[in-house]
Design a protein around this ligand. Structure first.
Ligand code: NAP
Length: 248
């Protein structure tokens, strides 16, 4: 597997779950990793326990916060080769019971967060692709819900359908510039994801969620690493990864 020595990777949502595992995984492949999220304490415990992982507090919904993070990354490490747009929330529940604010937050984090980070980092990725590695990477974390909407997760699904559409259009725009755009769509994965569902709604579904077959965050992190360690001439555009026993 190709080494990521000399590469700088930005991983959003790195304070828990898939993002935290991805920060460790990419650092294990030799990358310098800028781990971003809002919970500074969690990022600092990740960075203090993992070589080559640096914590930067950043809210992906705020363009100015993203701009500061990108400027700090480039002024300290000189480049951005890999952007993993992983930060996301799934505030699921029936339309008649959820709050409008939860819908807005999902759109803000899952869609605007991806757009903010991509837009602000893009020129640096294009510049990196013109360097000796010959390629740069954007990996957008979608979901099984980005392929099929189900009752109770219509808005979450809408955000992930949006991520897929954005990724595929951007992939075609950036192909000639050697910036690969990959979609990684996980099935059910153990993380803090369900903890953000409104407590009264979660109480009703926690047992069924906990009984579902699940993957580990590390297993999805390995899939992300697979995408970014392909040879420069090979782009993995779209991967759907489910627990073996997950039916839909
Ligand atoms: P998680 O453990 O809850 O992690 C979510 C991460 O997003 C946290 O690090 C959180 O950090 C960050 N985040 C949330 N709002 C943010 C903001 N405004 N700015 C910056 N960071 C923010 O959940 P996960 O399962 O690892 O989720 C990661 C991705 O996988 C999401 O895109 C999710 O949709 C997707 N996914 C998950 C599953 C699953 O079953 N777990 C399945 C399919 C897809 P802070 O709170 O510290 O900011």
């Amino acid at each position: 597997m190709a080494s990521l020595e000399g590469c700088v990777a930005v991983v959003t949502g790195a304070s828990s779950g898939i993002g935290e595992a991805t920060a460790r995984e990419l650092a294990g492949h030799g990358a310098t990793v800028v781990a971003i999220a809002r919970r500074k304490d969690r990022l600092e415990s990740l960075s203090s326990g993992t070589a080559n992982v640096y914590a930067v507090e950043c809210d992906v919904t705020e363009p100015e916060s993203v701009r500061r993070m990108v400027d700090r990354t480039v002024s300290r490490f000189g480049r951005i080769d890999i952007l993993v747009n992983n930060a996301g929330v799934g505030l699921t529940g029936p339309a008649l019971q959820v709050d409008l604010d939860d819908w807005r937050r999902m759109v803000d984090v899952n869609v605007m967060g991806v757009l903010n980070c991509t837009h602000i980092a893009l020129q640096h990725l294009v510049d990196a692709a013109a360097g000796p590695r010959g390629v740069a990477d954007i990996v957008n974390i979608s979901s099984v819900a980005g392929r099929k909407a189900l009752p109770g997760s219509s808005v979450y699904a809408a955000t992930k359908f949006a991520v897929n559409a954005f990724s595929d259009g951007l992939r075609q725009e950036l192909a000639s510039k050697h910036v690969r755009v990959s979609i990684v769509a996980p099935g059910f994965t153990k993380s803090e994801f369900i903890e953000h569902i409104r407590p009264d709604l979660l109480a009703k579904i926690r047992a069924s969620l906990e009984a579902m077959p699940a993957m580990t965050s590390e297993e999805i992190a390995e899939t992300i690493a697979f995408c970014v360690t392909r040879p420069a001439g090979v782009a993995v555009s779209d991967l759907l990864v489910r627990p073996t026993e997950q039916e839909r």
